[in-house]
Write a protein that binds this ligand. Structure first.
Ligand code: GAL
Length: 388
């Protein structure tokens, strides 16, 4: 125990969270080692790998900060701007600034491991936020949306619309397990693999899909342009596109538009305003919405409890029922693709099409009706009901 616990902080946090009936354990620690808040303080250090997608600055960060501050804690953070080395030094800085708990949105699920080791050495619990960290010691708490479920929802929607035909697969950054493993697994769970095996679906471009470095829109656009050229050169028509997230889906739409291709059914995830607008305009078929306000809230709640010395296995979260984890509000075991087992809390995503845009609008999502319905001809019989 490096520092004394703060009874005042503990009481305040317990009151606000409404989830902490027990006195914090004197031994603290658990899976992630022990943490102890300095007098009157719980400092939560957050290392973001990027702020490229609008969700991070619009939802994840403010909601996490608000939750931590409402519980009496202090929020400090740093943006590594897509740089592995910088993320490692950011974590050093957060530790030197007195972080009692770390929340890491990892740029790369393995390159982050030295930072994890430093946190462990200093007895600081770590929350892997949104993206997995391949932690061999299994000491992290992984808080995320159900990424396999996101992929499954994307592919279910697109496969229902286009059960047979030529597909393009646009993936995200290869260092993110969501891109390389979980989303494709969801696509296959929805039947993609079987339909490829049976010949109902043929892939245009690389059979395994095309990665997009750093999930960048410009890169996805360039990759999609090359695939459209390839399809045209071989006289094949693209019938559907599975894009793993919204920033890549935006690149796909830019490529389709630039080449006057029309808009085959396309997937994405995140509920970014430009993409929900594309859903309303008929340029993107499905957007799997992750209410990341609730993810930020869950991580903030967990961080406060870890700060008090709760074990990872003792954490409980309290989120909106629309995203409530199927496995309940406490951590459960998660087997990683790398063969490790970590504790996880996995929230539920919601697929949204033009017919169901009201779900996001009525939830008060930061993309409001005006943004989502921008440019929609509301007098048209095909205009989404939510825009009328
Ligand atoms: C993924 C995340 C997605 C998306 C993407 C780009 O890890 O789950 O929601 O935002 O990163 O940052």
């Amino acid at each position: 125990m490096r520092r004394a616990r703060a009874a005042v902080f503990v009481a305040a946090a317990a009151f606000i969270l409404g989830a902490c009936s027990s006195t914090p354990s004197a031994s603290g620690g658990g899976g992630g080692g022990s943490a102890s808040a300095s007098a009157g303080k719980c400092v939560v250090g957050v290392s973001w790998n990027n702020f490229q997608q609008p969700r991070w600055a619009a939802t994840d960060k403010p909601k996490m900060k608000q939750t931590i501050e409402a519980g009496g804690g202090t929020f400090i953070d740093a943006d590594a701007n897509l740089d592995n080395q910088r993320q490692l030094s950011d974590v050093d800085t957060l530790i030197s600034k007195g972080a009692n708990v770390l929340v890491l949105l990892a740029q790369d699920n393995k390159a982050i491991l030295p930072a994890l080791q430093k946190a462990k050495d200093a007895g600081i619990p770590v929350i892997a936020y949104d993206r997995l960290i391949e932690d061999p010691s299994g000491s992290i708490l992984y808080i995320t949306f159900d990424n396999v479920g996101v992929g499954k929802a994307e592919a279910e929607a697109i496969l229902a619309k286009v059960p047979k035909g030529n597909y393009v697969l646009i993936k995200g950054d290869p260092g993110d397990a969501n891109a390389s493993t979980f989303l494709p697994q969801g696509w296959n769970d929805a039947g993609l693999k079987d339909k490829i095996a049976s010949g109902d679906i043929k892939i245009i471009g690389p059979a395994d899909g095309t990665y997009t470095d750093a999930w960048k829109t410009e890169k996805a656009q360039a990759n999609m342009e090359a695939i459209i050229d390839q399809a045209n050169a071989s006289n094949k028509k693209i019938d559907a596109i599975l894009a793993e997230n919204d920033s890549t889906a935006l690149g796909v739409v830019a490529a389709l538009q630039g080449k006057n291709y029309g808009f085959p059914p396309l997937s994405g995830q995140d509920g970014d305003p430009a993409n929900l607008n594309n859903v309303a305009l008929g340029k993107q078929y499905v957007d799997v919405w992750k209410n990341s306000n609730e993810l930020g809230k869950a991580a903030g709640q967990a961080a406060l409890q870890l700060c008090q010395g709760k074990k990872i296995s003792e954490v409980t979260i309290n989120v909106d029922s629309s995203v409530a984890p199927a496995a309940g509000n406490s951590p459960t075991d998660f087997k990683t693709p790398g063969g490790n087992t970590v504790k996880s809390i996995i929230l539920k995503p919601t697929p949204v099409t033009a017919a169901t845009l009201d779900k996001v609008i009525s939830a008060g999502w930061y993309a409001d009706k005006a943004a989502i319905c921008k440019g929609v001809d509301t007098s048209s019989p095909t205009a989404p009901a939510a825009c009328k």
